[in-house]
Design a protein around this ligand. Structure first.
Ligand code: TXA
Ligand code: MG
Length: 327
């Protein structure tokens, strides 16, 4: 299969390009598109053979369910039965945006989407290209991140091509994504709701609207979101979080080829041929972290050392991903 790439404006996408992408989805094809978080790999949420191809293209384990992307809150009732008041409040405040809600699924939602669970995950992405595509398509687009399973999520069309060239029909290229890490996944089938994945929307933002939410322990997470047991965000190289340049020096002495991603270390205080400085502003750091990991990975280093960030705001989600990468 040849993969076609269409460049388009992130703010005013060409309707012809969108119509083209809708045709591909309607005929059971796979379309990668940008959202405000990361690029997604889209398929028709009711076309089971297309979704099977999506799982194959990503080499995704079949027990990891998919997020259904809808164009509007009203479409939720196509997929979810009971919609609790807290879910309505959050959707009203944060959609379109980087929040995925896990709700009771309707029987009509194909099993493959839910990986056999009774729940279904839904979100309305905040990106003109994604919204135009989903609204024009009309009935829900499943879209996991458009990377090979286990690799960092893609934040540019070039990342998508690196992982999925020849495996998808079309990539809509609208430049790099704004947030750079994935949506927050919140299970609202229980009260208080449970955060299954930290992400682009912070816990404080959620709690301001609906009061306290819970975190999960690993046993509960396994029950509610079995797919999370798989290795995520892992480059080929080993990933390690470091808090000081002394740690870098001692790991460098072991003779391993190291890459360093840092934001506040003094560059002259450590030696590394492959180093990339990111912004100390945690939002900008989040925007660039997956790109930096991919870049150093391509240089063939054995270990990527990442300077820790403060666990505040989106820094919580960044650290959660780095820890997953360390496993
Ligand atoms: O920002 C995002 O969420 C991106 C963009 C493309 O929208 N998508 C994304 O999808 O990150 P994916 O498949 O890479 O991650 C979806 C996460 C996984 O951790 C999955 O296990 C969880 O959501 N999930 C999906 N459906 C679920 C369900 N019914 N119950 C619990 N967790 C679910
Ligand atoms: Mg993913």
């Amino acid at each position: 299969m040849t993969t076609k790439v269409i460049k388009l404006s992130p703010k005013n996408p060409d309707p012809k390009a969108i119509a083209n992408a809708v045709d591909v989805l309607k005929s059971g094809g796979l379309v990668c598109f940008p959202t405000e978080t990361v690029y997604g790999l889209g398929a028709d949420s009711f076309n089971v053979p297309a979704i099977q191809r999506l799982f194959e293209a990503k080499q995704r384990p079949s027990d990891n369910p998919l997020i259904v992307h809808v164009g509007d809150f009203r479409e939720v009732s196509l997929f979810a039965g009971d919609i609790p008041p807290k879910a309505k409040t959050l959707a009203g405040q944060f959609w379109p945006g980087p929040l995925t809600l896990v709700l009771q699924g309707k029987e009509t939602v194909p099993d493959i989407v839910r990986a056999g669970l009774r729940t279904v995950a839904l979100r309305v992405p905040n990106h003109a290209v994604a919204l135009a595509l989903i609204r024009e398509f009309g009935s829900g687009v499943v879209a996991p991140s458009a990377n090979l399973s286990g690799r960092p999520s893609p934040t540019t069309a070039a990342h998508v091509l690196d992982d999925l060239r020849g495996k998808v029909d079309l990539i809509l290229d609208a430049g790099s994504t704004e947030i750079g890490i994935e949506s927050t996944v919140l299970d609202v089938t229980v009260d208080p709701p449970v955060i299954l994945r930290e992400g682009g929307l912070t816990r404080e933002q959620i709690e301001q609207m609906i009061g306290p939410v819970r975190s999960t322990d690993s046993m509960e997470l396994l029950k509610r979101s079995p797919g999370t047991r798989h290795r995520h965000y892992a480059p080929r190289a080993k990933l390690m979080i470091v808090g000081s340049t002394m740690e870098i020096e001692s790991i460098a002495k072991s003779g391993k080829k190291i890459g360093v991603i840092f934001h506040s270390f003094e560059p002259s205080s450590f030696e590394a041929k492959n180093a990339r400085k990111l912004s100390a502003d945690v939002k900008k750091f989040a925007h660039d972290i997956f790109d930096a990991i991919r870049e150093l990975d391509e240089k063939g280093v054995d270990v990527i050392l990442v300077e820790q960030v403060k666990e505040r705001g989106i820094g919580v989600a960044v650290m959660q991903r780095l820890r997953k990468g360390e496993e």
